[in-house]
Write a protein that binds this ligand. Structure first.
Ligand SMILES: Cc1ncc(C[n+]2csc(CCOP(=O)(O)OP(=O)(O)O)c2C)c(N)n1
Ligand SMILES: [Mg+2]
Length: 349
C-alpha cells in the first residue's frame, strides 16, 4: 500500500510567480496593411447588412447571427495566422471569420440561402459553415462545444508535430459553460498549442455579462488552470493584431495555451429574431459613435493622407461584390434531395 506523505506540502502563495506573456503592442501597420484591414472589415459589414436584408425577405431560413460591430476581432487576429498550418474554430456567429480568410463571399452567401453551391453544400446554413481547405472547422450551434473541439484540434497539431496553433473563439456567455474549463485544464496540462479567444461582446442573448458572470474580467478565467490571459480592445484592429502576435509567440514557444479577452460589441440583436429590448438604442449608438472599428481605421488612413475620394471606389467595389454574392445566392439551385444521405457518416478529412 502506498504510504501517505509525511507532511502535506505547504500551499503556494495565492498568486504564484509565474512567467507572463509580455504586454502586447499595437501592430504597426503600413498604409497598405491599414487599407487591407479597412477593406476586410468593410466587406464583413456590408456582407452582414445584406444577409440581414435577405433574411428579411425570407431567403435565409433558420437562425442567422450577424457579426456587425465585431469585425476588428476576426480581421485583426486572423491576419496574424499562418494559413498553411493554423486552424480556427468558432460558434454560430461565423460569417465574419470565414470572410476574414478571404473565402469567396458567393459561397458563404449561398450557404446562408441553403444552395448546393454553398460552402457546406447548402446543408449547414448560417451556423454550420466549414472550410477544411482553410483549416476552418466551423461554425457550431452548441454554446461552448467549439472550445473542447478546439482543444482536440490543438491536440492534433501537437501530436502530428505540424507546428500549427488553434484559435478557438467563444463568447462571454459560453465562458460560463462547464466544458470550457475541462478544456482549459487539459490544454494547460498537455501544453496544447491553443489560443482561447473570448469575444466579449457584452451580451449573451439578452443577458449582459455583468448580470451573468461573477468574474466579469474574463481574461482572468484561466487563473486556476495557470493559463495567462490578456484583455484587448477588440474594437481596434491594430490592438487585436498586436495581441495575436504576442499570443502566437507564447504558444509557438511551447508554453501552452493563452486566453485573449477581446472587448467588443455587437450592434444588432443576438440573432435576426431578437428585438433587443434589453438595452437602449442610445447605448448602441454611443458605442457606434465612439468606438466603431471601421471608422477608427478610416481616421488612421486619413491621417496618412488617404481621402474620402480615395475610399469611395473601395466602398463601391465592396458593394458590387456583395450584391453579386446576393444575386448568386438567390439564383443558385437548391441541393438535390439525394444529398440528404451524403456527409452523414464519419469520413476522413
Ligand atoms: C449548450 C447551449 N445552451 C444554450 C444555447 C442557446 N444559446 C444560443 S446562443 C446563446 C448565448 C451565447 O452568448 P455568447 O457566448 O456571449 O455569444 P454571442 O452570441 O454573444 O456571440 C445561448 C444561451 C445553445 N445554443 N447551446
Ligand atoms: Mg456575447
Amino acid at each position: 500500500m502506498a504510504k501517505a506523505p509525511a507532511r502535506i506540502p505547504a500551499a503556494e502563495p495565492p498568486i504564484p510567480n509565474r512567467e507572463r506573456p509580455s504586454e502586447p503592442k499595437p501592430f504597426e501597420a503600413t498604409k497598405e496593411q491599414l487599407l487591407q484591414f479597412y477593406k476586410d472589415m468593410l466587406l464583413i459589414r456590408r456582407f452582414e447588412e445584406k444577409a440581414g436584408q435577405l433574411y428579411g425577405l425570407g431567403l435565409i431560413g433558420g437562425f442567422c447571427h450577424l457579426y456587425i460591430g465585431q469585425e476588428a476581432v476576426a480581421v485583426g487576429l486572423q491576419s496574424a495566422l499562418d494559413g498553411d498550418k493554423d486552424s480556427v474554430i468558432t460558434g454560430y456567429r461565423d460569417h465574419g471569420h470565414m470572410l476574414a480568410y478571404g473565402i469567396d463571399p458567393k459561397v458563404i452567401m449561398a450557404e446562408l440561402t441553403g444552395r448546393a453551391a454553398g460552402i457546406s453544400r447548402g446543408k449547414g446554413g448560417s451556423m454550420h459553415m466549414f472550410s477544411t481547405e482553410h483549416k476552418f472547422y466551423g461554425g457550431h450551434g452548441i454554446v461552448g462545444a467549439q472550445v473542447s473541439l478546439g482543444a482536440g484540434l490543438a491536440f492534433k497539431h501537437k501530436y502530428a508535430g505540424d507546428g500549427g496553433v488553434t484559435l478557438a473563439y467563444f463568447g462571454d456567455g459560453a465562458a460560463n459553460q462547464g466544458q470550457v474549463y475541462e478544456a482549459f485544464n487539459m490544454a494547460e496540462l498537455w501544453k496544447l498549442p491553443i489560443i482561447f479567444v473570448i469575444e466579449n461582446n457584452q451580451y449573451a442573448m439578452g443577458t449582459s455579462v455583468n448580470r451573468a458572470s461573477s468574474e466579469d474580467q474574463l481574461y482572468r478565467r484561466g487563473e486556476s488552470f495557470r493559463i495567462p490571459g490578456i484583455q484587448v480592445d477588440g474594437m481596434d484592429v491594430l490592438a487585436s493584431r498586436g495581441a495575436a502576435e504576442t499570443a502566437l509567440e507564447w504558444v509557438r514557444a511551447g508554453k501552452g495555451p493563452i486566453i485573449l479577452e477581446m472587448k467588443t460589441y455587437r450592434y444588432r440583436g443576438h440573432s435576426m429574431s431578437d428585438p433587443a429590448k434589453y438595452r437602449s438604442r442610445d447605448e448602441v449608438q454611443a458605442v457606434r459613435d465612439k468606438s466603431d472599428p471601421i471608422e477608427h481605421v478610416k481616421k488612421l488612413l486619413e491621417a496618412q493622407g488617404v481621402t474620402e475620394a480615395d475610399l469611395k471606389p473601395i466602398e463601391q467595389d465592396i458593394r458590387r461584390v456583395v450584391n453579386e454574392a446576393a444575386d448568386f445566392a438567390e439564383n443558385a439551385p437548391e441541393p438535390n434531395p439525394q444529398e440528404l444521405y451524403t456527409d452523414v457518416l464519419v469520413e476522413s478529412y
